[in-house]
Ligand binder design. Structure first.
Ligand code: Y12
Ligand code: CO
Length: 174
């Protein structure tokens, strides 16, 4: 089922999410709905808080190199993630389904190691680089109530806030 994605500055997006302790049907429905919603909105990543659920759950689905298409079976379902190692630096022009039509450059670690649980509660380790590493860090920020615009330098952040207020005033928000 497709759920509604909350948009900035919805205060729910600032909530700190909590760990999942029960790996049941309800969690599986949440994960399936998150994947449906991400695909319906043309996203490549989504955190549960973006649909109003304050649990440490995120999904990421990158397009394949061979056909540039997203294949549902490639989805990473990441629960209670912890970054255990990071290295390097990379600047990427990010976007977010909660801040539609705004993209800006953010610096993050180029490689990360993430320990997490899958939908059955089984521990997994992911060593990510490239777009996957950026996506994991972007989505993990959502779990602590942080949006990528909060990582912008002050002047860019001010410009964003001005543009966004104008957009809300003009009722151009989705
Ligand atoms: C790199 C950087 C950021 C991430 C986090 C995941 N971000 C997204 O999935 C953002 C997707 C997005 C899609 C939009 O829709 C379309 O382009 C049709 C969009 O909407 C508009 O701009 C109208 C905004 C964001 C992962 C990896
Ligand atoms: Co986002």
């Amino acid at each position: 089922m497709i759920r509604q994605v909350l948009t900035y500055p919805d205060p729910v997006l600032k909530k700190v999410s909590r760990d999942v302790s029960t790996f049941d049907e309800e969690l599986h429905t949440l994960l399936d709905d998150m994947c449906d919603t991400m695909l319906a909105e043309n996203g490549i990543g989504l955190a549960a808080i973006q649909i109003g659920v304050d649990l440490n759950v995120l999904v990421i689905l990158l397009p394949r190199e061979e056909d540039d298409q997203q294949h549902r079976e490639d989805v990473f379902e990441i629960i209670n993630p912890k970054i255990t190692a990071k290295s390097g630096k990379e600047i990427y022009r990010e976007g977010c389904l909660s801040i539609p039509e705004y993209y800006d450059e953010v610096e993050r670690a180029a490689e990360v190691t993430v320990e997490y649980l899958d939908r059955t509660g089984t521990p997994q380790t992911l060593q990510a680089d490239g777009l996957l590493a950026i996506a994991v860090q972007h989505e993990m920020d959502h779990l602590s109530g942080q949006l990528f615009v909060e990582r912008l330098p002050m002047l860019k952040r001010k410009k964003f806030e001005k543009e966004w207020k104008k957009r809300i005033r003009d009722n151009k928000r989705f």
